[in-house]
Design a protein around this ligand. Structure first.
Ligand code: NAP
Length: 552
């Protein structure tokens, strides 16, 4: 592999003796969560040090620099809201931003708020041990640092621990190979090369058209077909930007009332069931939403996510589109998904299906031709050997928990976080974990996180954590930790809400939301659907003196 897999680097834990408390907060990760945490905590008078494994800021948008990487939330909303000056000075060139523009934005924010002086780059936190006598976290890094901090804030991202597939011979390929989530900073050339892409989630679907436009040949290895919607990307009209800025406060407030924290400007085209309108009207509404691009399609009617039958009608429209877009009908059928639409994270693409009309692009479907092994020179399927110059693994992530459990985190009495979460993640509010005092997770499992516009959830969590730390400081306490009862009740609540979410938890759907993309990972729905009720609960907990937490 030319990429470096993120591994458990079990460095020796820091010793308790002799080390001074260096920081109020150590933050792990300098993506959008870590950067805002640094800014807010610093402004509140805490000393903060951030460790970042990459050589620059941006997190997800630093690592996922694969060709075609693009955000599926509209640029105007996929931005920090906390600073009016920042909002007004930054110009997004496109409705859906590409990775280079988002990384540029992250760098702009880092410079504008003078964040870099407290970020240590190219340093991975390898272990964090809670010192029960001193009430501090003792932290060790890949660079040999041994530091002690009162609080440990995990801003490690939900989709950052890469998943390399357990295909026999995976590491035996001797030519170029990359994982989309650890794409190198140096340019990668596809020109004249025979390229394989394994995986057809968002990363695969986004990279396929770009790779196809340059490679000599491209073979796409599909295990499960995904639904993808066209982005209809382009510049944002000037008057739309002006309107957005002028009405920002109202739009933002309305977004906080949306289940995903975004999209209040675009309500359902039809406030009602797809089943209650005549067939011609359905096609008309779906067609307009398809052309409008992005998530508009999922908002065409209000019951696509709540009724199996309505969901099936919407899915049927997309399959018809695939059959229209892809000329070879055998390939088109293979690209048609069988799962409910939206049960896996929806994909927004730029010309994915059309790419299969190019004569040098081939679809290799695992239902007909499963991969048997990776060889030194290519991929072996049940039908024979394919030779490649490059393999691109677009095989996703150990989502939501991997970036936490791959670090050696020890709470009370040496309890390892990965052991505490063996049967699935257990948190209070997706923010804190019993037996791990003074540890906070930004957009952790058990919070809406990946079901929302991450920028909104990140800001809500960072604001809540900062207020909480100020509260603890005012009371002169040195630890805060959720009670077991509060955590158990929260886990029950998350499970209960998830069970009622028929779309995301459909038994036929193996998604990373459920952990079922990782062999052996417990099948547990990890995020909590419904941002508005969640925000209300977080606010209630704070207003009631951090109900469910113990301060000591
Ligand atoms: P993903 O959605 O988990 O897709 C991984 C793909 O790899 C799937 O097609 C999966 O097949 C396949 N795969 C995994 N293991 C395999 C194996 N052993 N053999 C063959 N195929 C295998 O990962 P992703 O595409 O990186 O996307 C993850 C998430 O990141 C997205 O859902 C999205 O939330 C986020 N993301 C967002 C954007 C954006 O904003 N536009 C872009 C990229 C990513 P199965 O389906 O059969 O498991």
């Amino acid at each position: 592999m030319t990429t470096t897999q993120q591994t458990d680097q079990a460095a020796a834990p820091p010793t308790a003796e002799g080390d001074q408390l260096q920081y109020d907060l150590v933050v792990v990760g300098a993506g959008f969560a870590g950067m805002y945490m640094l800014h807010r905590a610093r402004t509140a008078g805490f000393s903060v040090h951030v460790y970042e494994a990459g050589s620059g800021v941006g997190g997800t948008w630093y690592w996922n620099r694969y060709p075609g990487a693009r955000c599926d939330v509209e640029s105007l909303e996929y931005s920090y809201s906390f600073s009016k000056e920042l909002r007004d000075e930054w110009e997004w060139p496109e409705r859906y931003s590409g990775q280079p523009d988002i990384e540029r934005y992250a760098n702009h924010v880092a410079d504008r708020f003078d964040l870099r002086r407290d970020i240590q780059f190219e340093t991975r936190v390898t272990s964090a041990v809670f010192d029960e006598a001193q009430h501090v976290w003792a932290i060790a890094t890949s660079a040999g640092d041994r530091v002690r901090a009162r609080y440990l804030i995990m801003a490690t991202g939900c989709l950052s621990a890469v998943n390399l597939p357990n295909i026999p011979g995976r590491d035996s390929f001797v030519r170029e190979s990359y994982h989309t989530g650890q794409w190198p900073k140096e340019p990668v050339s596809f020109a004249g090369k025979r390229v394989a892409v394994i995986g057809t989630g968002s990363s695969g679907v986004q990279s396929v058209p770009v790779i196809a436009s340059q490679a000599a040949s491209l073979t796409v290895f599909q295990r499960t077909p995904s639904y993808s919607l066209p982005s209809a990307n382009g510049p944002i009209p000037v008057d739309e930007v002006q309107q957005f800025r002028a009405n920002f406060e109202a739009i933002h407030a309305a977004n906080l009332k949306m289940p995903g924290g975004t999209g209040s400007r675009f309500t359902a085209a039809v406030q009602g069931s797809v089943l209650q309108v005549p067939i011609e009207r359905r096609s008309d509404v779906f067609g307009k939403a398809w052309t409008a691009g992005g998530f508009s399609f999922m908002r065409s009617f209000s019951d696509i996510a709540t009724s199996h039958e309505a969901n099936g009608v919407a899915a049927g429209f997309v399959k018809e589109k695939i059959r229209e877009l892809v000329r070879d009908q055998e390939t088109a059928e293979l690209l048609c998904p069988e799962i409910p639409i939206g049960c896996k994270r929806m994909i927004i693409d730029s010309g994915y299906y059309e790419t299969f009309n190019m004569s040098h692009v081939t679809l290799c479907d695992a239902r007909i031709e499963p991969i048997e092994a990776i060889t030194a020179t290519g991929v072996r399927t049940v039908k024979g050997d394919y030779e490649f110059d490059m393999i691109v693994f677009a095989t996703g992530f150990d989502a939501m928990v991997g970036s936490l459990t791959r670090i050696d985190i020890q709470g009370r009495a040496g309890l390892q976080l990965r052991d505490a979460w063996e049967a699935g993640p257990r948190t209070y509010l997706g923010l804190a974990v019993t037996d791990f005092p003074n540890l906070f997770t930004i957009t952790g499992p058990g919070s809406p996180s990946v079901l929302t516009n991450m920028m909104v959830s990140i800001e809500q969590h960072v604001d809540w954590i900062t207020n909480c730390l100020e509260y603890v400081r005012e009371r002169g306490a040195s630890t805060i930790e959720p009670t077991l009862a509060a955590q158990e009740a929260w886990v029950d609540h998350v499970n209960d809400v998830a069970t009622r979410d028929i779309m995301h938890t459909a038994p036929s759907c193996d998604s990373w939301y459920l952990g079922s993309n990782i062999p052996g990972k417990p099948r547990v729905f990890m995020p909590l659907p419904g941002l508005p009720a969640y925000i209300e609960r977080c606010n209630q907990v704070a207003a009631a003196g951090y109900e469910g937490f113990v301060l000591a």
